[in-house]
Design a protein around this ligand. Structure first.
Ligand code: ADP
Ligand code: GLC
Length: 480
């Protein structure tokens, strides 16, 4: 099949969270099994600075209609592996900035324009480069207008650009909602601007367009596919999702085992496997040392890596400060994002300097070291479409402590409820729930044989992308 992906993040070129990992691994796996895969991303500064991008050549100059005017841009292309072509949509003014989405304290004011431009440029490249896609698969709100724009371009030019379109919702909390006037920049027919189109409570909603106008809608776990049909998790789009209930499937993400495996990971100080966990001790000592804690410390080490946003349950961890005060344990947090949360976590680290360590930056290497060196991975999300870290931590023999929401339910088995198959500890998404789970973690670790069983069960679970990519392949075939 000829499969085209469009997304605003792609590992290893640009990443703020799991979207990058998911799109990078899915597209790479599909290419490896022989499909002809193209991936479109904006030519952000980070992407252009990546050594691979030096091979990118300008393929096309673009003139993109944006409302009453036109904006110029270009497309660079290169092939980082067999069967895979990356297309970088360039426009310096829009994409050559420090971060993809905002300044750190607020979103860029021209995000609507930036991603309408990106989406239109993808469609225009499909036309000019005559790509003839079987499937165009767009990810999240930044690319969600593509199905509607693509069908409109086909109508205008009287040709077929893609047989079928797929839209994946990685997180319904991010919808791309902008003032109603933004619609004019799309140059879509006015009838798409109503209640059955992009209009959303007097504004314009990009993700709604993806949900309504793509042939198939997917999200990243079966449980989240059910949750987003309810007001509690649908973030106002539950009614729209319900109209597509027959076409929505939840496909769990995978783990890219070339990058996230303790047997081959070059970013950790010692390699190890389920057969021989001894290297994990070396990783633990290195992690403690790097955090300025005693490398010989014997108590449990709790690790956390996440975007610091409410979704990730950071407040629940903060509400359990007495647990960390009273018990002989360490807590290591790597994350950046919301300034309020950064300050609160920093304050906790200042209050308990010999127990709590906080790094407020994006650090890929450190994230691997925390997965490998911790005894437990803490992920008490309030909602979680899929979540990757709880799968990574299982692969590294670090049982996750997770709340019973979203994809966490589909990927973790509670060790007390199911002693024979348990891989982690599950709790309700509230402070008391997490508190009880932390106590259970202490008891689990004190029981060495049981802890080892839970670690080994997690390490031998198959989370590979091969399994996940087969599910997408079947979905594409079925839609065609
Ligand atoms: P989400 O996509 O909601 O952020 P996921 O669990 O799906 O959550 O994926 C998060 C990804 O982002 C993981 O690869 C994780 O290691 C990475 N990540 C998050 N914060 C940081 C950070 N501060 N430094 C390095 N990697 C991070
Ligand atoms: C989103 C979700 C996360 C998911 C990731 C990749 O960022 O928050 O749960 O794992 O996308 O699909």
């Amino acid at each position: 099949m000829k499969i085209v992906h469009a997304a605003s993040e792609l590992f290893p070129y640009v990443k703020t969270g799991g979207l990058a990992d998911a799109v990078g691994a899915l597209s790479g796996t599909l290419a490896d099994v022989g499909h002809e895969v193209s991936v479109f991303v904006p030519a952000y500064s980070a992407v252009l600075a990546h050594p691979d991008a030096a091979a990118a050549k300008v393929l096309l100059r673009l003139k993109i209609e944006m409302g009453d005017g036109f904006l110029s841009g270009d497309v660079r292309a290169f092939s980082p592996r067999k069967n895979l072509t990356l297309y970088l949509i360039g426009r310096e003014e829009f994409f050559e900035r420090k971060n993809p989405y905002g300044t750190g304290t607020r979103d860029y004011e021209d995000n609507a324009e930036r991603y309408i431009f990106f989406s239109k440029a993808v469609v225009e490249t499909l036309r000019l480069a005559d790509i003839q896609a079987d499937i165009v698969h767009c990810h999240d709100w930044q690319a969600a207008l593509i199905p509607a724009l693509l069908r409109e371009a086909e109508r205008r030019h009287g040709l077929t650009l893609a047989v079928k379109t797929v839209c994946t919702v990685h997180n319904i909390a991010y919808q791309g909602v902008f003032p109603a006037g933004t619609f004019a920049l799309t140059n879509l027919p006015a009838e798409l601007n109503g209640m059955d189109g992009l209009e959303f409570y007097g504004q314009m909603n990009f993700l709604k367009g993806g949900i309504l106008f793509s042939d198939r809608v997917t999200t990243v776990s079966p449980n989240y596919a059910k949750e987003i049909q309810t007001p509690e998790f649908g973030c106002g789009l539950e009614g729209v999702i319900q109209t597509r209930a027959d076409d929505i499937v939840g496909l769990v993400n995978g783990v890219d085992t070339a990058i996230w495996s303790p047997e081959v990971d070059p970013q950790i100080p010692a390699r190890y496997s389920a057969m021989d966990l001894s290297g994990k001790q070396a990783c633990r000592a290195a992690l403690l040392k790097e955090c300025g804690l005693d490398p010989a410390f014997k108590g449990p080490v709790f690790g956390m890596v996440c975007r610091l946003v409410e979704q990730k349950g950071v407040d629940l961890v903060l509400a359990n400060r007495s647990f960390f005060k009273q018990n002989d344990c360490a807590l290591i947090i790597l994350g950046s994002g919301d300034k309020r949360l950064e300050e609160a976590v920093r304050a906790l680290a200042a209050e308990l300097p010999r127990k709590v360590c906080f790094s407020g930056r994006l650090d890929e290497r450190m994230s691997h070291l925390i997965e490998a060196g911790s005894d437990f991975f803490v992920m008490p999300s309030l909602f979680e479409p899929c979540g990757l870290n709880q799968m990574y931590s299982q692969a590294y023999g670090t049982p996750p402590i997770v709340s019973r929401v979203g994809g966490l339910v589909d990927t973790v088995v509670d060790a007390d409820d199911y002693p024979a198959t348990g891989t982690g500890i599950m709790c309700s998404p509230d402070a008391a729930g997490l508190g009880a789970a932390l106590q259970r973690a202490l008891r689990l670790r004190a029981d060495k044989p049981r802890m080892a069983t839970v670690q080994r069960t997690g390490m031998s679970t198959d989370f590979s992308w091969k399994r996940a990519a087969v599910a997408y392949q079947n979905l594409y075939r079925d839609s065609l």
